[in-house]
Write a protein that binds this ligand. Structure first.
Ligand code: SAM
Length: 243
């Protein structure tokens, strides 16, 4: 993977990366591959898969975030819930440097890797915190504080809605990065989303350059405050998802 390849592929998604941004993604690739030899951060180890399925897939959310930036301002507060090795949060921060980003994960080792990557890449206005979404959703410093709440590959939609909507400020939005079944998943979760104060704004199909897989972004607007009992604690969002 070269800087030129990254720039060309990103351009196909409508994302213009300069040489410094493409260089930062390459450096992030090196950090990911090195850390992956110590503990499992990603199943993908070859360059082409990391480029397409981690970097470009993360960047498919750029257009939606740009639209939200037009309403809220460029320096909007974004939290990536269940960020793992920093996806989609770190590529998004590199592509949209004005964002103020929080990376959250429940696993200490992953958070530590993200913190190391932030330092090594010299990124500013981005932090990595260890927390569970259903706990953070009740903490005053996180509840209804974020303009954009995003997640990739964390949970089925009704569970995910209960993780994401309590963190989203009224007037903000959630982005769930999903696979080919997104439309049906969104429809099944519409009742849960409404109960949590949200409404589905769009299910936007996205394609990755050079790949056949169908993916989609479920965009949810936060219209009303989330009722106090939510998110339920003790694993309830996962064990008994809202209907
Ligand atoms: N978003 C990353 C990506 O797309 O590569 C990681 C996806 S990984 C399959 C799911 C991540 O979500 C794991 O790192 C896990 O620790 C985290 N996670 C799962 N449930 C969580 C919760 N309730 N609160 C915070 N993090 C959670």
């Amino acid at each position: 993977m070269t800087q030129d390849e990254i720039q060309d592929a990103a351009r196909l998604l409508g994302v213009a990366l300069d040489a410094r941004q493409a260089g930062a993604l390459l450096r992030f690739r090196d950090l990911l591959v090195a850390a992956n030899q110590r503990f499992n951060l990603t199943a993908l180890t070859d360059d082409a898969s990391i480029l397409a399925l981690h970097f470009l897939d993360s960047l498919t959310a750029v257009q939606v975030i740009r639209d939200l930036q037009r309403n809220v301002g460029a320096a909007l507060e974004l939290i990536d819930v269940g960020t793992g090795g920093g996806f989609p949060g770190i590529p998004l921060k590199i592509a949209l440097p004005e964002l103020r980003v929080t990376l959250m994960d429940s696993t200490a080792k992953k958070v530590q890797f993200c913190a190391e990557a932030i330092r090594a890449l010299g990124l500013e206005h981005i932090r990595a915190i260890q927390d569970r979404a259903e706990e953070a959703g009740h903490r005053p410093e996180h509840r209804e504080r974020y303009d954009v709440v995003i997640a990739r590959a964390v949970a089925p939609m009704p569970t995910l809605a209960e993780y994401l909507l309590p963190l989203t400020r009224v007037g903000g939005a959630c982005i769930a990065m999903k696979g080919s079944e997104a439309q049906a998943e969104a429809a099944r979760a519409a009742g849960a989303i409404a109960r949590l104060g949200g409404a589905i704004a769009a299910v936007t199909p996205v394609t990755l350059p050079g790949r056949d897989e169908r993916r989609a972004l479920i965009v949810i607007n936060k219209l009303h405050p989330t009722p106090q009992p939510y998110p339920r604690r003790g694993g309830a969002p996962r064990k008994s998802p809202l209907q």
